[in-house]
Design a protein around this ligand. Structure first.
Ligand SMILES: Nc1ncnc2c1ncn2[C@@H]1O[C@H](COP(=O)(O)OP(=O)(O)OP(=O)(O)O)[C@@H](O)[C@H]1O
Ligand SMILES: [Mg+2]
Length: 268
C-alpha cells in the first residue's frame, strides 16, 4: 500500500478477478489460471516471476492488447476491452518512439491528437522534460538519443497524458547498470511526487525493493497465479545500503528462486 496515511480505505483501481488466459482454444495450455490481483489507486505494484510465467501476458491483458479467456480485468470498476491512453504502456525497447518526430513531438503526440495547441502542448511537456533532464534535448530525434534518454522520453510521454495507470514491462532491462540505477532513482522520485498508479515488471529484485509498495511474486507456469504479495514497508527515499533493504531483498530472492527452480525442473 502507498504510504499516504489512508491505508484503511483500500479501493483498488486495477483488479484482476479470477482471470484465466490461454493462447488458443481448448487444447492450448493455460498461461494464467484464476489470477486475482488488486492494485490500489496511487500504488506502485511490481510483478516478478520466472521467465515465461506470464508477467507480460498479465500486463497485456491490462493494456487491452489481449483479452481474458475467463474472468475480468477491471480499471476503476470498468472492464478493459481495448487499449486506451488512460493505461499508458512503456516498452522495454525504444521502438515505440516515432523516428520522424522530435523528443517534444513524441511526448506530446497524444495531446496533439486530442487537439491541444502547440503552446499548450509545450507548456504541459516542459516540466516533465525538465524533471528527467531532457529539456535541452527536446528538438532532437530518437536516432540522436542514448538508450536511457529514449526510456526517459517514453516515461515523459506517459506522464504528459496524465494516464491513470502506467504499465512498465522491464523498462530498464536493456540499459547499463549505471544508467539503470539513475533511472530507477528518477522514477522513484517522480512517482513520489505524482503518485500515479504503476504496474511494473522486472527480473531485478533490487529494483523491485527500491520501487515497490508491494511486490507480487508469480508462480512458474503453466497455470501461473500470484503466489504471494509482499509489502515493502521501507521509508522513501530508499537506500540500497539500508540493512532492511537487504532483508526485503532476501525474502523476495528466496520466493523467486523457489519458483525459478521449479520452472527449470518442469522444463527438463
Ligand atoms: N503469442 C503467443 N502464442 C503462444 N504462446 C505464447 C505467446 N506469447 C507468449 N506465449 C507463452 O506464454 C507464456 C508466458 O509468456 P510471457 O511473455 O507472458 O512471460 P513473461 O513472464 O513475461 O516472461 P519473461 O520474463 O521472459 O519476459 C510463455 O510460456 C510463452 O511461451
Ligand atoms: Mg515478459
Amino acid at each position: 500500500m502507498s504510504a499516504t496515511g489512508d491505508e484503511g480505505a483500500f479501493r483498488p483501481l486495477v483488479s484482476f478477478v479470477d482471470v484465466s488466459f490461454r493462447f488458443g482454444g481448448r487444447d492450448a495450455p493455460w498461461i494464467l489460471r484464476s489470477v486475482d490481483l488488486a492494485i490500489g489507486r496511487g500504488e506502485f505494484f511490481v510483478l516478478i516471476g520466472p521467465s515465461g510465467c506470464g508477467k507480460t501476458t498479465a500486463l497485456n491483458l491490462l493494456a487491452g492488447f489481449e483479452h481474458p479467456s475467463a474472468g475480468q480485468v477491471l480499471v476503476d470498476g470498468e472492464p478493459v476491452v481495448e487499449p486506451g491512453v488512460e493505461r499508458a504502456v512503456i516498452f522495454q525497447g525504444e521502438d515505440s518512439l516515432y523516428p520522424w518526430l522530435t523528443v517534444e513531438e513524441n511526448v506530446t503526440f497524444s495531446l496533439r491528437a486530442a487537439g491541444l495547441s502547440r503552446r499548450e502542448r509545450h507548456r504541459r511537456a516542459r516540466p516533465f522534460l525538465q524533471m528527467v533532464g531532457l529539456a535541452g534535448h527536446r528538438h532532437k530525434y530518437p536516432s540522436e538519443l542514448s538508450g536511457g534518454m529514449k526510456q526517459r522520453v517514453q516515461l515523459v510521454r506517459a506522464l504528459v497524458c496524465d494516464s491513470l495507470v502506467l504499465l512498465m514491462d522491464e523498462p530498464f532491462g536493456a540499459l547499463d547498470a549505471q544508467t539503470r540505477s539513475v533511472l530507477q532513482d528518477e522514477l522513484a522520485r517522480i512517482w513520489e511526487n505524482n503518485r500515479v498508479t504503476i504496474l511494473f515488471i522486472t527480473h531485478d529484485i533490487a529494483e523491485a525493493v527500491l520501487l515497490a509498495d508491494r511486490v507480487g511474486v508469480m508462480t512458474a507456469g503453466p497455470e501461473s497465479i500470484i503466489k504471494q504479495v509482499v509489502p515493502i514497508d521501507l521509508p522513501r527515499p530508499r537506500s540500497r545500503s539500508d540493512p532492511a533493504f537487504g532483508a526485503a531483498y532476501g525474502q523476495l530472492n528466496e520466493l523467486l528462486a523457489e519458483e525459478s527452480r521449479r520452472a527449470l525442473m518442469d522444463g527438463q
